[in-house]
Design a protein around this ligand. Structure first.
Ligand code: GS8
Length: 221
């Protein structure tokens, strides 16, 4: 068996919302991993071989075997390292509920957020509206609980928390204030950042903004 087979490897980029989920989950479980930075314009042979269908990051490689798709990876991590910091609830109904909300992040927050990078116009305006509406759903779902998981940081928290370091970028591109409409969500983000697992896994918000603005400049020339 090659040396790499015993390791936990994450293929990703530092600022990817999807990759940060995996890093937070591994850190919550106290699992050491080898982070391999990918350049998406020139994917590594390991990435192409590990995720031949989507060719996307993140990929988790555990015991030499790849697992793809961020939410599936987080569930895998929760099942393999089940003795520490459980992420999904043990009750089947609560588990279904958590999966529903995590899935909704990708269906609503991520997709509407992407529209904020559009040129000003119909798509941009629709994106602004949809993005705030999506965040408000999460504001309501959180209510006055400390975490989406209730008293403890759970699956939906892991899935959503990477967005916290993108808030500044969304606010600048979308010319909007998240705190004005979703104060609980912003307070939740700050609370999550007090956890070492989150603080060490999230990207620097300024760096996220820099990366996205230079990407947009390139796309708009
Ligand atoms: C999405 C991963 C994704 O879009 C998941 O893991 O949850 N549903 C998947 N990854 C992006 C980088 S982050 O924006 C990616 O790999 N893009 C490469 C490409 O589309 O070419």
């Amino acid at each position: 068996m090659a040396d790499d087979d015993h390791k936990v490897i994450v293929l990703g980029t530092v600022h990817s919302l999807f990759v940060m989920r995996v890093r937070v989950a591994l850190s919550e479980k106290g699992v050491d991993y080898d982070f391999r930075e990918e350049v998406l314009t020139n994917r590594s042979p390991l990435l192409l071989q590990s995720n031949p269908i989507h060719k996307k990051i993140p990929v988790l490689i555990h015991n030499g075997k790849p697992v793809c798709e961020s939410l599936i990876i987080v569930e895998y991590i929760d099942e393999v390292w089940k003795d520490k910091s459980p992420l999904l609830p043990s009750d089947p109904y609560q588990r279904a509920h958590a999966r529903f909300w995590a899935d909704l992040i990708d269906k609503k927050v991520y997709l509407s957020g992407r529209k904020l990078y559009a040129e000003k116009g119909e798509e941009y305006e629709a994106g602004k509206k949809e993005f705030m509406e999506a965040l408000k759903l999460f504001e309501t779902e959180l209510g006055d609980k400390p975490y989406f998981g209730g008293d403890h940081f759970g699956f939906v928290d892991v899935a959503l928390v990477p967005y916290y370091c993108w808030f500044e970028t969304y606010e600048t591109f979308g010319n909007l204030s998240i705190e004005e409409h979703c104060p609980n969500l912003v307070a939740w983000g700050k609370r999550c950042m007090e956890k070492e697992s989150v603080a060490k896994s999230l990207a620097d918000p300024k760096k996220v903004y820099e990366i996205m603005s230079s990407k947009m400049k390139l796309l708009r020339v």
